[in-house]
Every structure is written in structure tokens, then in C-alpha cells.
Ligand binder design. Structure first.
Ligand SMILES: NC(=O)c1ccc[n+]([C@@H]2O[C@H](COP(=O)([O-])OP(=O)(O)OC[C@H]3O[C@@H](n4cnc5c(N)ncnc54)[C@H](O)[C@@H]3O)[C@@H](O)[C@H]2O)c1
Length: 373
């Protein structure tokens, strides 16, 4: 396996399943070790996926063949694990959000700079062929000049399926921090930096109760807004409106529409790697509006899943280019999320201070299953 980039995973929970599915088959990377506070869980995941070693966190940080640590711990542990990995001389790919607040996010980026190592940050769903086909089409002028977007994620909330849902209704949770990263990262991939946000936030209930599992019936407080209407302004002049809710009986997700001077493009759900792309053109008359049907834009690119961003980072390190989902982008999205929370509190428009380069598009012929290293 020489010539491939060495991977170590920290955090052997739910999402490690998806990462291991892909990272164990991409020829450019080799997963050497899985670590977790729960060593038995790490060992079981390593065995299940044919990874040579399972162990504790130090087994990953001290592994000589690990170039990139994939941080799949819970958000509250992201900073500690990412900084420790950077200080051990590893590059880091971390699940979203980058950290729980701006200060912690900044400490991760500072640690990377001090160590001369890279940070990449989820979501990488928006690097998938669905979103990227749409991104390339917009860049090539399919809908003229894009000037606005509308996004939406709404349902009754994760307490209907999660046996321990409290954290999803506490600081760092809510639809804003849980689902917002997909929608705002998607918008930044298309339009570049956000310059300001306004938002209203409310909650249908101040207390909810666990609905499934052994704690069913137990009440817990709703500490954060669970229904948010956000207006976003981009430094390049576009605007977006976004609904994020855990308070509606209707389940509607993945609404992601971009309006341009010559049409509207409906993008795939930014929480998935692919999906349908629909193009609407302005109609010529009233009858045309009544009969309006979208054209389907074919998706180009290999189907894949989580781990794509880490793979891009491995190739970018080898090729000496910038990777696509940078820690700076993760920081900017975190800055936007915190600014939205502040806008709700202050009932004011909040300027977003950080700026990030608009990431390049993934090439149409990007093949995760090719050996390039
Ligand atoms: N579950 C999902 O569907 C999903 C989807 C997208 C992203 N994510 C993100 O993935 C991350 C992990 O989510 P999950 O659902 O897999 O969580 P999880 O609770 O199932 O797993 C987290 C694992 O991290 C371990 N861990 C916690 N703190 C640690 C520390 N300090 N050192 C080492 N190990 C530690 C835990 O023991 C656990 O095994 C989160 O950032 C989440 O936002 C999850």
C-alpha cells in the first residue's frame, strides 16, 4: 500500500460507518487505525472494516504512517482532538461544525498554522457530483447571473427518532447548528463569503419530551430557537432566505433554489452527495406559467459518499494545491451560524467579519476510485 496517504480515524460512532465504507475502498488512501475513548468500539469498527489496528486516541496520534487524522468525535470534543492531532504533526479532517464557537475554531486554525499542517472541514456532501454539477453549470452561465437563493429544511424535530435528543436542543444544537452547516456551506461554495445576516428565531415549545427509547416521556428544556427565518447577504452582492425548523409537522428538506437572470436552478439536497437538478426558464406568457415544467440537468461524476473531502485533501497535499473544503471555510460557516444566533438575540442585522476564498469546483472527471498517488 505504499504511495497512499495514511489515515487514522478518531471517533468510532455512528458516522464512522459512512467514512469507513468509502475510505477503505479509495485507492489513494489507507486507513491504518481507528481510535476512540471507547477502545472496544474502536476495535470493533477496525475489525469490521479490515483496518489493521483499533485502540485509544494515542494509538492514532502516535501512529507513524498516519498523515491525516479524521476527527469524528462529537462537536464538544472537536477542538481538543483536532489540536492534539495537529500538535502530533498530523493534518486534520474534521466533521462539522469546526468547533462549538469562533474562539475554539480560531484556536484550531492557529494550531494548524503553528504546526505547518492543514485542516479540512465537513460537509463534503457539497463536493459530491450532484451539487458540483450544478455549481459548474451556474459558473458556466446556465441561469445567467445568479443573484439570489432560497433554502429550506423543516420537520418536527429529531426527538421523534433520537433516544437522547437533549443535546440537539441545547447550545450548539437546534436546526441552526445541526443542519445549518450543510445549507450555509453550500451557499458559500456558490456565492463566496457572507457579509451579514438578519434572522428571527422562535420555538413552538420551551420544553419537549423524549419520544423513543428507555427515557421516553422524560422532559427536557428547549434552550435554543427551533424555528429560524434567516436572511443572508453575500459580499459579492447576492442574497438568500433560509428556513430552518424543528417545529413543523411537514417534513420538507433539501430545498435549495438558485435564481439567476435567465432561470432558476433547483439543486440537490446539500446533505446528500447527489440528487436531481432541475432547471426552470421564465415562461413567455400566462399559459406558459401554468404549464411550467422543469428540465432535468444530468448529474456528472462518480457516486460516492463521506470521506470525499478527506480524499481531496490527501490529493491536494500530494499535488501542492489548496484543498476544497478548508478549515477557513469551516470557520467562516461557524462565524455565520454564530452571527445568525446573535441576530436572533439582538433583533438586528449582524455583520459577518470573516472572509473566505470561494472554493474551486470539483473537476467533472474527478474519480475517487482512481489511483493517482
Ligand atoms: N450521525 C450522523 O448522521 C452525522 C451526520 C453528519 C455529521 N455528523 C457529525 O459527526 C460527528 C460524530 O457524530 P456521530 O453521530 O458519529 O456521534 P457518536 O456519538 O455516534 O460518535 C462519536 C464518537 O466519538 C467518541 N468520542 C467522543 N469524545 C471523544 C474524545 N475526546 N476522544 C476520542 N473519542 C471521542 C465517542 O466515544 C463516540 O464513539 C459529529 O461532529 C456530527 O456533527 C454526524
Amino acid at each position: 500500500m505504499s504511495g497512499t496517504t495514511g489515515i487514522g480515524i478518531i471517533g468510532a460512532g455512528m458516522i464512522s460507518e459512512q467514512y469507513l465504507t468509502n475510505l477503505t475502498v479509495y485507492p489513494d488512501v489507507t486507513v491504518h487505525v481507528v481510535g476512540d475513548l471507547d477502545v472496544d468500539r474502536a476495535t470493533a469498527q477496525a475489525e469490521k472494516w479490515g483496518v489493521a489496528q483499533g485502540g485509544d486516541v494515542d494509538a492514532v496520534l502516535g501512529h507513524p504512517d498516519v498523515d491525516i487524522v479524521i476527527n469524528l468525535t462529537i462537536p464538544a470534543a472537536h477542538e481538543q482532538v483536532s489540536v492534539a492531532a495537529l500538535q502530533a504533526g498530523k493534518h486534520v479532517w474534521t466533521e462539522k461544525p469546526l468547533a462549538v464557537d469562533r474562539a475554539a475554531g480560531r484556536r484550531i486554525l492557529d494550531a494548524a498554522e503553528a504546526a505547518g499542517r492543514r485542516v479540512g472541514c465537513a460537509p463534503d456532501t457539497v463536493l459530491g457530483p450532484g451539487f458540483q454539477t450544478a455549481k459548474r453549470a451556474i459558473a458556466e452561465g446556465l441561469i445567467g447571473t445568479p443573484y439570489a437563493a432560497a433554502t429550506g429544511f423543516q420537520w418536527q424535530g429529531p426527538d421523534v427518532i433520537h433516544p437522547n435528543p437533549d443535546f440537539l436542543f441545547a447550545r450548539g444544537g437546534g436546526p441552526l447548528f445541526d443542519m445549518g452547516p450543510y445549507y450555509f456551506a453550500g451557499l458559500v461554495h456558490l456565492f463566496g463569503s457572507v457579509s451579514g445576516v438578519a434572522a428571527l428565531g422562535g420555538r413552538a415549545a420551551t420544553e419537549r419530551s423524549v419520544q423513543v427509547g428507555p427515557r421516553a416521556g422524560e422532559a427536557f428544556p428547549v434552550e435554543v430557537p427551533t424555528h429560524l427565518s434567516v436572511l443572508t447577504e453575500f459580499a459579492a452582492g447576492q442574497q438568500a432566505q433560509s428556513l430552518l425548523s424543528f417545529d413543523t409537522a411537514i417534513f420538507r428538506h433539501g430545498v435549495f433554489e438558485v435564481h439567476g437572470t435567465e432561470g432558476t436552478l433547483v439543486l440537490p439536497d446539500p446533505n446528500y452527495f447527489t440528487g436531481a437538478i432541475q432547471l426552470y426558464r421564465p415562461a413567455a406568457d400566462r399559459a406558459g406559467i401554468a404549464a411550467q415544467q422543469p428540465e432535468l440537468v444530468p448529474v456528472v461524476g462518480a457516486e460516492t459518499g463521506r470521506g470525499l473531502g478527506a480524499l481531496d485533501m490527501a490529493r491536494a497535499i500530494a499535488e501542492g494545491r489548496e484543498h476544497l473544503a478548508t478549515g477557513e471555510l469551516g470557520y467562516h460557516v461557524l462565524d455565520v451560524l454564530e452571527s445568525v444566533a446573535e441576530a436572533v438575540e439582538a433583533r438586528a442585522f449582524i455583520d459577518v467579519a470573516s472572509r473566505v476564498e470561494t472554493p474551486a469546483a470539483v473537476a467533472a472527471d474527478f474519480d475517487p476510485f482512481a489511483r493517482t498517488l
